[in-house]
Design a protein. Structure first.
Length: 256
């Protein structure tokens, strides 16, 4: 044979077996097999038991990590739902519902981040092929925790303090005190929001696995929209009091 394979000749009606030359003459495999056969029976049994224990332990770790990853996905989805409820509650001026949604979002964010703080995830974050994805996922959950616990609470509190009825004109004048309290809180919350979400915005998604990369890019776009809302709200809260205070003259021009 010229292809590096030797075909055994049939003997006594036996089926011929193709034996690649590289395997038959592989000295390393033969030495390992010989060393293994030379070990005492009890030693070989001990090694097999240890290998089974290690393999079972690795399988258990993989199963635990899979369950924790599902928990992270479920909890982050819950955070997204609660933040939408929070937005609706603030818009409608319902302080109790806003506070309840914020508390639920904080709880789910902490649970999602807690799943990824176990030792197996710290090890996975240092692996060559899996590390980028694990670190990105931990950045997302950490940003959720810091945003719900540092940036949003002041906004929810001031939205409960400032009622829409208090901004209605009375005797031809507006009470500007509520709006005066609102502007600095919005500006401070926006600065905190930008600071807490900066690590997430700086993530490079080009090296992330498909679904995770899409989720991170979606979160980055949502952060941009929220920041734009906070920016416009801060500008309005700073400008409106000056428009409503004092005496003003207006020129109305009509064109037909």
């Amino acid at each position: 044979m010229t292809d590096g394979t030797r075909r055994a000749r049939p003997r006594g009606g036996r089926v011929a077996v193709v034996v690649p030359d590289g395997l038959e003459h592989d000295g390393l495999l033969r030495r390992l097999r010989r060393r293994w056969n030379q070990l005492p029976q009890d030693r070989r049994e001990t090694i097999l038991v240890l290998l089974a224990i290690v393999g079972g332990g690795l399988l258990l770790v993989v199963l635990v990590m899979a369950l924790q990853l599902k928990g992270v996905n479920d909890r982050t989805s819950d955070v997204r739902v609660e933040l939408l409820k929070l937005q609706d509650a603030v818009t409608e001026g319902s302080a109790p519902r806003a506070s309840a949604s914020l508390a639920t979002a904080q709880k789910n964010a902490r649970l999602a981040d807690g799943h990824l703080r176990h030792v197996q995830w710290s090890i996975a974050a240092r692996l060559p092929f899996l590390g980028d994805d694990v670190r990105a996922l931990r950045t997302v959950t950490a940003s959720l925790v810091s945003t719900t616990e540092k940036s949003l609470p002041p906004l929810v509190k001031v939205s409960g303090d400032v009622e829409l009825d208090s901004i209605q004109p009375r005797d031809g004048r507006f009470d500007l005190m509520p709006l005066g309290r609102l502007a600095p809180v919005i500006q401070s919350s926006r600065a905190s929001f930008k600071r807490e979400t900066a690590p997430l915005l700086e993530l490079d998604t080009s090296h992330l696995v498909g679904p995770l990369g899409m989720a991170v890019r979606r979160a980055q776009r949502q952060i941009g929209r929220v920041d734009d809302v906070l920016r416009r709200a801060g500008q309005a809260a700073a400008i409106v009091p000056s428009l409503l205070d004092g005496r003003h003259r207006y020129l109305a021009v009509f064109q037909n």
